[in-house]
Design a protein around this ligand. Structure first.
Ligand code: B12
Ligand code: SF4
Length: 443
């Protein structure tokens, strides 16, 4: 039997193909391959930079689907099905909108693959693929599998190993798809297994793609203790409340943490409450304490902002960039608030009749990457789109780059940190402009 795994791209630029130069290993496909019995031949195609060979013989095509890649994923699925090849779709978007995905698949996988994937393969082998499989997120759904990294070789992925210590998050931010998918729960993987996975591969720069590695602070402490002897460097995503735990901050630094993606989201207290961003709310003043702690521990923070809440204005977006520049964050993202299907935010905007693109921006032929997909309260959708683009432009200007770089506490802490700053800053800066206004899908 032969299995073809596919990671779809988001889309294309108006007059040319978009090739994602900052692409990372598709961990979910490495996990699926790792769960597949060894007698099955497995191939992986990454639509972000390589052509998909639709006519190459295969017995099953498995495609991972996110909201941003749904349109393209369905195109690929339709093309294979036209050739009579069975297609199974899985991933967060499929779990949140199964009725939509069903129209493009022979079978849907709803949830995490770990416990039921072997059954899918057995059924496909005997020509009895079921219309639906379930793997509800839970403790049994994380770990017990070694991702097959050999499938990544020669594909030009960034030189960092993606891995996971935990899944989900205990918080309930109202725009977050993760919070819906995992129902505000957080699941841990056994630390010995994480250590074995690190030791088994060459890369010593790790990206823990946990939704919130600091969701369980006691568990993160244990992980840090286990990482110290391994002498790795790592980055992840963490909620801001971790800065209120001095012992853990010290441990993170000692264990080789170089920084985290952190959801600052907004500097407007009313917007924090709108977003139900509870890790940021206690003692909120102006994030001065949080920024100081992160800098004191040498963290090259990627500050993520979400812009467009009901109290936000063009002026408050400009003030957000002022704050980010003053804080000298190593990286910073200015994301438009997106109504992801299945989230409380989506339902609220739908009830208030404020959704644009027929409430299905991810499929709509007129929707473009980084455009507002709803009507904000205090500005027009176009004004929000433009303000976020201006924010990215200001943050990526040459003077901003130089000010941020010349920071002894973070980017100039060591030669390798400085190198990492330039490598990723220039790459992400280029990607921001390349992706802006991109169409979804290739047709
Ligand atoms: C790492 C990551 C990234 C990395 C990219 C990694 C890569 N390989 O390219 C970076 C930082 C670059 C990134 C970028 C973006 N990301 Co991102 N990212 C993640 C994150 C944190 C982890 C994904 C991951 O690797 N998980 C580990 C694997 C093992 O788990 P998994 O993907 O959940 O897969 C399991 C199941 O879902 C299932 N499964 C998945 N696919 C399939 C397929 C089949 C056939 C089957 C059977 C099962 C199955 O089985 C797997 C194993 O159990 C997720 C959060 C999340 N929980 O998904 C967000 C997430 C996917 N990202 C998100 C977003 C919005 C983005 C951006 C659009 C942000 C932006 N505005 O630019 C971009 C662009 C994404 C793109 N498609 O290009 C959203 C998507 C929301 C949605 N509804 O789809 C998420 C869910 C975060 C969130 N809080 O909402 N991202
Ligand atoms: S803290 Fe982050 S991962 Fe957790 S619910 Fe909020 S946005 Fe989602």
């Amino acid at each position: 039997m032969k299995l073809t795994l596919i990671k779809p791209t988001i889309g294309r630029r108006e007059h040319s193909l978009y090739v994602d130069e900052g692409r990372m290993e598709p961990l979910m496909l490495g996990v699926l391959a790792g769960l597949t019995p060894p007698d099955v031949e497995v191939v992986l195609y990454d639509d972000r930079m390589e052509a998909i060979p639709y006519d190459e013989p295969t017995d099953l095509v498995a495609i991972t689907v996110e909201t941003y890649t749904a349109r393209r994923a369905y195109e690929i699925a339709d093309d294979f099905r036209q050739r009579g090849v069975p297609v199974i779709l899985g991933g967060m978007h499929v779990a949140l909108l199964p009725e939509e995905a069903q129209r493009h698949a022979d079978s849907l996988f709803i949830g995490d693959a770990e416990t039921a994937w072997a059954q899918v393969i057995e059924d496909a082998r005997s020509g009895k693929l079921q219309p639906k499989y379930w793997g509800p997120p839970g403790p049994a759904q994380i770990g017990g599998v070694m991702p097959r990294r050999d499938l990544y070789s020669g594909k030009g992925y960034l030189p960092m190993a993606l891995m996971q210590f935990s899944r989900g998050c205990r918080f309930a931010c109202n725009f977050c798809a993760v919070s819906q998918y995992f129902d505000k729960k957080h699941y841990l993987r056994c630390i010995d297994e994480v250590v074995a996975e690190i030791v088994s591969q060459d890369r010593k720069f790790l990206f823990f793609v946990d939704d919130n590695i600091a969701s369980n602070q006691a568990a993160l402490k244990e992980l840090c203790h286990a990482l110290i002897p391994l002498k790795v460097h790592w980055i992840s995503q963490a909620s801001l409340d971790v800065t209120r735990n001095p012992e853990l901050m010290k441990l993170m630094e000692r264990s080789g943490c170089w920084g985290n993606v952190m959801g600052f989201e907004t500097i407007t207290p009313a917007s924090l409450r709108d977003a139900k961003k509870s890790p940021n709310i206690p003692g909120f003043s102006d994030y001065a304490h949080e920024v100081k702690v992160l800098r004191d521990h040498g963290m090259q923070t990627w500050a993520a902002f979400t812009l467009g809440y009901d109290h936000d204005t063009v002026a408050s977006i400009e003030a957000t960039v002022d704050f980010a520049l003053k804080s000298r964050f190593t990286f910073s993202a200015y994301n438009i608030l997106m109504p992801y299907p299945g989230t409380p935010l989506y339902r609220k905007l739908a009830e208030e009749n404020r959704l644009l693109y027929d409430g299905q921006w991810w499929l709509h032929p007129e929707y473009r990457f980084n455009q507002a997909a709803y009507v904000p309260a205090l500005m027009s959708p176009d004004a929000l789109t433009a303000a976020c683009h201006d924010a990215r432009t200001r943050y990526n200007s040459l003077s901003s780059l130089i000010t941020r770089f010349s920071d002894l506490k973070t980017n100039l802490r060591s030669a390798s940190r400085a190198l990492s700053f330039w490598r990723y800053t220039l790459l992400f800066r280029k990607e921001v402009y390349k992706k802006h206004g991109m169409r979804f899908g290739l047709r």
